[in-house]
Design a protein around this ligand. Structure first.
Ligand code: PLP
Length: 560
């Protein structure tokens, strides 16, 4: 077993050591709850696989296929061991937690849920563990019962006991929420569900990377997770299910590998577990690479990894707590190094985008947990999530940057006025292009966008309404249009995020003073390219910008 040395450990991740941010420093990656970076052994595994033993699994009777199958099936054994499943027949390959959850809803859900039945879903769940159940409930006429949280931010076991009854067919809860970072009392939930004959589905997408998982001791019927959250590749996920349940569930997708016999004259019969649920050629290279990720972690003493992660997390939590403007979304320290908070006087997107321009990646928004945001009465929050390759020095730099951003409060807003009145009323797009051409790097361009935000004439409160709202933009943003007799359009817009206001100035500079036809045909991507912003902000890719452009185009159509 290798001794855990944080420096050496980090060196195994080329993205973190071989790439520089716009600050000419190694990238600081604090968005590990979304996905983790990959160690070199995982990256190399793809090359080795395709160079040396690429073949389809299970089917052929040649040596290459046997080699590929052996490697592929060995990883199933590795996963079985990793989560302490009883049998490798209980390990089904999927493309991620989301697909695993959909598989359960579409097979077992279809089988056991009927009109009037109830499905309990915790309010803190990721959309992946909400929407499949909503679809199922709608189709079957079943009811979703929402399980609330206690004061500490974990699912409220007392509320659960009141919610569950003999109509409850399925109980869905994450082991650890991707926003709250605390361990839910899943053993108690599973036990109670079992006592009332309900199926328990545990979403382990976050927990798998941070806490030892023993599905037999948890006692759950299903446990799902994704390889990419634990240094493995994207496109590989696991559905653990109790064998007895998997045996009687109908298949999910149909096609090769999941069949035993196919005939036009007799009923098609299905393969044994786990293949019954694995239609088509699986992600063989991904599964093999996932095996490397498991081996990579298992070479270290889990206690050493956890000790370091805990120390790093406590350090970061304490440093964040020392900033008075920060409000954590729940009380008390989380169980994993994942911190969600808002900052007084600053929009989440402004903080996240400024940190990004300083080479630090953190997440802002609803984190695919919109019901939780609603429950907490916030529109979104910032999330910092650490992994074992992160360091105390990175945390120090992050905290210093965050403190500087917070100290720079120039957010006093006078609605109906330009914040910076000595600037020209409107900017021509070609002037902006020249202005941006003189700027070097994303950091300077981002600063310019933030400065531009001051030139936006803020909309009156009455004008920031449902009609003018730009839907699909994660921060609140509004836009209204007027058209003169010559068919020339003028747009006014606003947002609660400074960075979006800056982008609105840029977008409006392109569209203001144009006719409907000119607007419809304007090459917005080309414009962003000439501003040197396309790498960070492509209007056809970036949801927020796309939503703004689409709103402009829809207003042009409707005003025409
Ligand atoms: N569940 C939780 C708690 C998550 O954090 C995520 C991803 O962030 C998912 C489910 C969905 O995982 P995937 O996108 O890998 O399917």
């Amino acid at each position: 077993m290798k001794n855990f040395d944080p420096n050496y450990f980090c060196q195994q991740f080329p993205l973190l050591t071989e790439n520089l941010s716009s600050q000419d420093k190694p990238i600081i990656y604090f968005d590990n709850a979304a996905t983790t970076q990959k160690p070199i052994c995982v990256i190399d595994s793809y090359k080795t696989y395709y160079h040396n033993f690429n073949a389809n699994v299970h089917r052929a009777s040649h040596a290459l296929s046997a080699k590929a199958t052996t490697a592929f099936e060995k990883v199933r054994e590795d996963v079985k061991r990793f989560i302490h499943a009883k049998s490798s027949k209980e390990i089904i390959w999927t493309k991620g937690s989301t697909e695993s959850l959909n598989l359960i809803a579409c097979t077992l859900g279809e089988q056991i849920v009927n009109r009037g039945d109830e499905i309990i879903v915790a309010v803190s769940e990721h959309h992946a563990n909400i929407v499949p159940w909503q679809l199922l409930a709608k189709k079957k006429g079943a009811v979703i019962k929402v399980l609330t949280l206690d004061d500490n931010g974990v699912v409220d076991i007392n509320a659960f006991e009141k919610l569950i009854n003999t109509k409850t067919k399925i109980v869905c809860c994450s082991h650890i929420s991707n926003v709250i970072g605390k361990i839910n009392p899943i053993k108690a939930i599973v036990e109670k569900a079992k006592a009332l004959g309900a199926i328990s589905v545990i979403d382990g997408a976050q927990a798998i990377a941070h806490v030892p998982v023993n599905v037999q001791s948890i006692g759950c019927d299903f446990y799902v997770f994704s390889a990419h959250k634990m240094f493995g590749p994207t496109g590989v996920g696991v559905l653990y299910g109790k064998q007895a349940l998997l045996e009687v569930m109908p298949p999910y997708q149909a096609g090769g590998e999941m069949i035993k016999t196919v005939s036009f004259n007799q009923e098609t019969t299905f393969n044994t577990l786990p293949f019954k649920f694995e239609a088509g050629t699986p992600n063989i290279a991904g599964v093999v690479a996932f095996g490397q990720a498991i081996n990579f972690t298992e070479q270290y003493d889990v206690n050493q990894l956890q000790h370091y992660e805990k120390k790093l997390g406590q350090y970061c939590y304490q440093a964040l707590r020392n900033i008075p403007q920060i409000h954590f979304i729940v009380q008390h320290a989380p169980d994993i190094p994942l911190f969600s908070f808002t900052v007084d006087g600053h929009h989440n997107h402004d903080i996240a985008s400024t940190l990004d321009s300083l080479g630090i990646a953190i997440r802002s928004g609803h984190h695919c947990a919109m019901p939780l945001m609603e429950y907490l009465n916030i529109s979104g929050c910032l999330r910092v999530s650490l992994a074992t390759y992160n360091s105390i020095e990175e945390v120090d730099y992050f905290i210093a940057c965050l403190q500087k951003i917070i100290a720079n409060t120039d957010n006093q807003v006078v609605y109906g006025q330009q914040e910076n009145t000595d600037k020209e009323q409107s900017l021509a797009s070609d002037k902006l292009v020249t202005q941006f051409a003189n700027l070097d790097g994303w950091h300077n361009r981002h600063r310019e966008i933030m400065l531009l935000s001051k030139q936006l004439t803020r909309l009156d409160k009455a004008a920031r309404n449902d009609d003018s709202l730009i839907r699909g933009c994660e921060s609140l943003a509004w836009l209204q249009a007027s058209c003169d007799k010559q068919g020339i359009y003028t747009f006014e817009a606003d947002s609660d995020a400074k960075v979006i206001r800056g982008l609105l100035v840029i977008v409006l500079a392109a569209f203001n003073g144009k006719t409907a036809q000119e607007i419809q045909h304007f090459d917005i991507d080309g414009y962003f390219e000439s501003l040197g912003l396309i790498r960070q902000l492509s209007p056809s890719r970036s949801n927020g910008l796309l939503a703004i452009v689409e709103k402009i185009k829809s207003l042009v159509v409707s005003v025409e």
